[in-house]
Design a protein around this ligand. Structure first.
Ligand SMILES: *[C@@H]1O[C@H](CO)[C@@H](O)[C@H](O)[C@H]1NC(C)=O
Ligand SMILES: *[C@@H]1O[C@H](CO)[C@@H](O)[C@H](O)[C@H]1NC(C)=O
Length: 308
């Protein structure tokens, strides 16, 4: 429901802006570099700020192509040799850009970079066709495109009367937190979010939400039977996970709620720690975009990782 409404709002905004001249927006005071960052891809963004970057492609058994971006070493530190790997995985409808778009002093991918190479994955973009997807007629949902470009270059900049629309759209998805959102950076955030996701991934997400079970993709009775040997999709057994896990969560996170985090905490058998961000309004996106994310989260994470 919520998504349908938001998609509707997006399309209304899009058709409105398409049919109207945007000349009334004053672009003079916005730093051109910010507008540029709104449209650059992850690789080019990383290069722009002087860091090395590699692109790796992973071809999965179920025919997805995953693009991964790696920062092999820091800016001033080109000493070669083996280093520990840090893998950053973004969430649904997001992309690798989220870890670098707040620039080197704020982005998680850059923090602690001197010691650690960073690898991260981007949204899958190919998928095997299937009946329901054919019905919808699309394999990708909320793809990053013209609307993001428009948001990054015009709608979300400081002088735009439409900026509050951008803010509210983000807050609507993720919880309200005015204090931690740097509005100057909004064009860059909206230029990259949403980044698209495969339709099937989205449907899977909906299935999990509806059933309240963390299980494999539900193809329907007969295909399930053929694929899994059972009519219902089997559940993932997360109690078999052995790696040490540290959970970080926030009270105002509407997508990963404290209740769900608690459920996860009880089912996982290898949790070393659970940490609530000590800010009542901290939301879902604040983990990557908050003004104080480094102080509140990243410095902690780096300290924890150093112990393993
Ligand atoms: C999940 O894995 C654990 C540990 O291997 C096992 O004891 C348990 O029976 C499994 N649960 C299910 C539902 O398969
Ligand atoms: C917001 O972003 C701008 C542009 O990157 C930066 O100059 C400013 O310091 C940021 N403000 C805060 C409160 O972090």
């Amino acid at each position: 429901m919520l998504f349908t409404k938001i998609i509707f709002v997006l399309s209304v905004v899009f058709s409105y802006t398409k049919s109207n001249s945007l000349e009334f927006l004053e672009l003079r005071n916005t730093d051109p570099s910010i507008i540029e960052d709104a449209t650059l891809d992850t690789f080019t963004l990383i290069k722009k700020y002087g860091y090395p970057c590699e692109i790796h492609r992973v071809y999965t058994e179920d025919k997805y192509v995953l693009e991964m971006h790696r920062i092999p070493y820091g800016k001033e530190n080109s000493i070669k040799g083996t280093r520990p790997v840090v893998f950053l995985q973004h969430g649904l409808l997001s992309s690798s850009a989220e870890f670098v778009l707040m620039r080197p002093d704020k982005g998680l991918a850059y923090v602690g970079n001197i010691r650690s190479p960073i690898i991260r994955a981007v949204a899958p973009f190919t998928n095997s066709l299937e009946k329901i997807l054919k019905l919808i007629g699309a394999n990708e949902i909320l793809p990053n495109g013209n609307l993001n470009k428009l948001a990054g270059e015009k709608l979300c900049i400081e002088e735009a009367i439409t900026q509050s629309l951008c803010t509210n759209l983000l807050f609507l998805f993720c919880g309200f937190d005015v204090e931690q959102l740097n509005k100057t950076m909004l064009p860059v955030v909206m230029g990259h979010t949403p980044a698209g996701a495969s339709t099937r991934q989205f449907i899977h997400f909906g299935q999990l939400y509806k059933s309240g079970k963390f299980a494999y993709f539900d193809h329907g009775w007969w295909t399930n039977r053929r694929t899994y040997g059972s009519f219902r999709p089997p559940a993932y057994n997360i109690s078999t996970i052995k790696v040490p896990i540290f959970l970080h969560y926030a009270d105002n996170d509407w997508l990963s709620t404290p209740k769900d985090v608690d459920k996860l905490f009880k089912e996982l058998k290898s949790v070393v720690g659970k940490y609530r961000v000590p800010l009542d309004n901290f939301n879902h996106l604040d983990f990557v975009f908050a003004n104080d994310a480094k102080k509140l989260i990243y410095d902690r994470i780096i300290r924890i990782m150093a112990q393993f």
